[in-house]
Design a protein around this ligand. Structure first.
Ligand SMILES: [Zn+2]
Length: 282
């Protein structure tokens, strides 16, 4: 198949009422695990990279190992930059080969968020790169962005209409009460708000903070039109726990390839469960 942007993937998902998983990978092993899981189920997939992860590797180095994984995949793969609050860094990733980016100006006043998002869209479109935007505040910790519950603001429909019309983003994440990370507080999802925004939004909606949600909440939101679901924390847990379990069971083995193979299997298992669930497979 091919290396695509998220428009190519999410259009079909929205039309046919399923969601595509966007998994935050942290290295080659986790990227491979995500794509292999998608290939085994014959589903398109979005590899997502946080700004922090990209900076740890460097733009060129990271795309250097991600691009061949996408190019050689048997399913459609997009490589998407997650939550970038920096206009220049977002442009650098567009130039660096990402097929899709999220510009997150949700902490700015609406007018500034619109202005910056428009700048990114204008930069990305001629290069066939898609842009995801956000409005409102999604509580929790994502990368180094901390949003406290007191700052929690659901997206306002009137603002969403203006934002969507002005920016022309390809995917939109309105804050509706989901949280980043494994969130301890009570999660109050505003389903009516989500449904209302989905009705007037021309582009597919994105659900952030997927790890903390239970099956029922997922099903309901996908049923209401969520086409992209972000999963980050579940991957981190599977990766770190996989390594811990292998090391505990084989304290003197010191075999990195076997450690990697075991860990990859654990990540794949978690990704497979999520894809099956999002695509509403049995
Ligand atoms: Zn997010």
């Amino acid at each position: 198949m091919s290396y695509v942007n998220i428009k190519a993937i999410l259009g079909d998902a929205r039309k046919n009422h399923y969601a595509v998983g966007a998994f935050n990978i942290v290295n080659y092993l986790t990227a491979k695990a995500v794509v292999e899981a998608a290939e085994e189920l014959g589903q398109p997939i979005i590899i997502q990279t946080s700004v922090k992860t990209v900076k740890a590797f460097g733009i060129k180095e990271m795309m250097g190992f991600l691009k061949p994984i996408a190019d050689n995949a048997k399913v459609n793969v997009a490589i998407h930059l997650d939550h970038s609050t920096d206009v220049q860094f977002t442009k650098d990733c567009i130039d660096g080969g990402w097929s899709s980016v999220m510009y997150d100006g949700s902490q700015l006043p609406l007018a500034d968020n619109i202005k910056n998002t428009m700048e990114i869209v204008a930069y990305a479109k001629p290069k066939n790169v898609t842009v995801e935007g956000e409005l409102g505040a999604i509580v929790g910790v994502e990368d180094d962005i901390v949003v406290k519950e007191s700052d929690h603001a659901h997206a306002k429909p009137a603002d969403c209409r203006i934002y969507l019309k002005e920016t022309g983003v390809d995917a939109f994440a309105p804050a509706i009460g989901t949280a980043h990370g494994v969130y301890k507080g009570e999660i109050k999802i505003d389903y009516d708000l989500f449904e209302e925004i989905n009705e007037f939004s021309l582009c597919p909606l994105v659900l952030h903070g997927g790890t903390g949600l239970n099956d029922e909440v997922f099903h309901q939101l996908i049923g209401l039109g969520a086409a992209k679901v972000n999963i980050s924390t579940a991957i981190k847990i599977a990766y770190c726990q996989g390594m811990a379990v292998f090391s505990k069971e084989n304290p003197t083995k010191n075999d990195p390839l076997k450690l990697d193979a075991f860990t990859k299997q654990q990540v794949k298992k978690v990704v497979t469960e999520h894809i099956r669930f999002f695509s509403l497979m049995d």
